[in-house]
Design a protein around this ligand. Structure first.
Ligand code: CTP
Ligand code: MG
Length: 241
């Protein structure tokens, strides 16, 4: 932590560690999306910067594929990401990777934020509102309202169920939790081979009330090649390209 961060940090701030999950294979993108170049900066470097700069964040653990461990460490040192304490190997599923990361945070950690490396448009403002909410309620996730009608379909694509759009939200990351709760929930999920698409599902499964804060429509996950066009537009709107 540099001197400026030390003085701006309130005594009562909870010790917050961030786990960046970057161990996927990018099958739908057709490339290792974490290292894709976005206007001259690798996706992972863009993702890490707001966490490095946030006064709410004390430590960052990165989870990556074993063959990328040294490439990720080099990216951190060359970009001055001093909060990165560990770079560790992930697992076969996102849940296993998240568990690998939360198992490596320092002993002082009170809150753990888990964030997709593939969401490079996260802002310091959203991180800070999530930390405040998680500090109060133990579990906080960003949510954005759905513009489209949401229906449930079967394997043939036939509609089988409804949802009330007024109560439907899209969930993003970072998701922030009390450290003991999320460690226990992810261990349970992995041990019982539960297939989950996010970490709040693991917390909810344990009976934890997960609170939402207003997410950011620009906080997209780079999933398919078309998302790179959306990403370029977001950078342009921010004057970063
Ligand atoms: N992830 C991970 N470990 C895995 C799978 C995913 O750390 N075994 C990470 C990805 O690197 C990504 C985030 O979880 O940052 C969200 O996953 P997703 O968008 O599904 O990325 P990939 O799994 O890489 O993509 P795909 O599913 O298309 O292969
Ligand atoms: Mg995946």
């Amino acid at each position: 932590m540099n001197l400026k961060d030390l003085f701006s940090k309130k005594k009562s701030d909870p010790h917050c560690s961030v786990v960046i999950v970057a161990a996927g294979s990018g099958e739908r993108m057709g490339a290792d999306k974490v290292f894709l170049d976005l206007a001259g900066v690798p996706v992972l470097a863009r993702t890490l910067k707001p966490f490095q700069d946030s006064e709410c964040v004390d430590e960052i653990v990165i989870v990556t594929r074993t063959e990328k461990l040294s490439e990720v460490s080099d990216l951190c040192s060359s970009n001055g990401f001093t909060k990165v304490s560990k770079v560790v190997s992930g697992g076969a599923t996102r849940t296993e990777s998240a568990l690998a990361g939360v198992s490596e945070v320092g002993p002082k950690t009170k809150l753990i934020a888990i964030h997709d490396a593939a969401r490079p448009f996260i802002t310091k403002e959203l991180i800070s509102s999530l930390v405040s909410c998680a500090d109060q309620f133990m579990a906080a996730v960003p949510a954005v309202r759905c513009a489209d009608t949401i229906r449930i379909v079967d394997d043939e694509g036939v509609i089988t169920g409804d949802t009330d759009r007024n109560y439907a939200v899209q969930i993003q990351t970072p998701q922030i939790f009390d450290a003991d709760i999320i460690k226990g929930a992810l261990s349970y999920a992995v041990t019982h081979e539960r297939s989950l698409t996010d970490d709040s599902s693991a917390a909810k499964m344990m009976g934890v009330k997960v609170h939402t804060v207003s997410g950011d429509p620009d906080n997209i996950k780079l999933t398919v090649p078309d998302d790179l066009i959306k990403g370029a537009a977001i950078l342009k709107s921010r004057g970063e390209s």
